[in-house]
Design a protein around this ligand. Structure first.
Ligand SMILES: [Zn+2]
Length: 205
C-alpha cells in the first residue's frame, strides 16, 4: 500500500471535502500545491486560518464584510431607496459584475424549500421586513431577485405577501426580475418556463 507524506495526505483529504471535487482531482490539486513557491502557500494558509473569524455579515444587508457595514451599504453614491432581494452573496456578485445596478441589497442566505425543511424563519426574511418597516417612507422599489426556479418563485411570492402586510401606506413598488432568453439562445431549445417568462416580460420594440 502506498503511503503519502502526512501533510500531503491531509491536504488531499481536505480538498475531497469540497463540493465538486472527487478523489482524483483532490490528489491532482494536492500534488500541484507542492510545485508552488513556499511564499504562496504561506500566504494562502494565513488567509485560510483567519477566513471564518474575519468574515462577518453586514448588519444592514447581510452581505459578507469585514466591517460592521459592507462596502455597498457604506457607498453614498448607491441608491438606498432601491433594495434588490437576492438568495445569496453569489447572486449579489453576479448583479454587481453587470455594473448596471446602483441600488442596495438584502441577502436572504437561502430560499424557502419545504422539501429540504427550509422555512421562511430559516432565512433572512424577518430582518428584511423590519428593515422595510423602518425605511418604508424612503423606499422607492424592492426588486425580488430570487432565482427563477420553483423555490425562488415561491420565496418571491411569500416575501411579496409579507411586504404587502408591512407596507402601511409606504409608496414603494415591488417588482420581480424579468427573465428572458440568453443572448444567442435558440427558441427551439429554450425550456417552457423561460419562454413563458420572456413572453410575459415582452416590451415595446
Ligand atoms: Zn450591506
Amino acid at each position: 500500500m502506498s503511503r503519502l507524506p502526512k501533510d500531503l495526505q491531509h491536504t488531499i483529504e481536505f480538498f475531497e471535502k469540497l463540493p465538486g471535487i472527487g478523489p482524483k482531482t483532490a490528489k491532482r490539486l494536492g500534488f500541484y500545491l507542492l510545485r508552488l513557491p513556499q511564499a504562496d502557500l504561506e500566504e494562502a494558509s494565513k488567509h485560510l486560518s483567519t477566513l471564518k473569524n474575519s468574515t462577518k455579515f453586514c448588519a444592514r444587508c447581510f452581505n459578507l464584510t469585514e466591517q460592521e457595514i459592507c462596502y455597498i451599504c457604506e457607498d453614498r453614491n448607491r441608491d438606498s431607496s432601491t433594495i434588490a432581494v437576492v438568495e445569496d452573496v453569489l447572486a449579489l456578485l453576479s448583479l454587481e459584475a453587470g455594473n448596471h445596478y446602483s441600488g442596495v441589497y438584502h441577502v436572504l442566505h437561502g430560499r424557502i424549500d419545504p422539501l429540504n425543511y427550509i422555512s421562511p424563519d430559516d432565512i433572512n426574511i424577518a430582518p428584511l421586513l423590519s428593515r422595510v418597516k423602518k425605511e418604508g417612507d424612503n423606499l422607492k422599489e424592492i426588486v425580488l431577485a430570487t432565482n427563477p426556479d420553483t423555490e425562488g418563485e415561491a420565496t418571491a411570492m411569500y416575501i411579496r405577501e409579507r411586504l404587502d402586510e408591512v407596507k402601511n401606506g409606504s409608496a414603494f413598488s415591488i417588482t420581480r426580475l424579468a427573465y428572458g432568453l440568453p443572448i444567442g439562445a435558440d427558441l427551439e431549445y429554450a425550456d417552457y418556463m423561460t419562454l413563458k417568462r420572456s413572453f410575459e416580460g415582452r416590451k415595446a420594440f
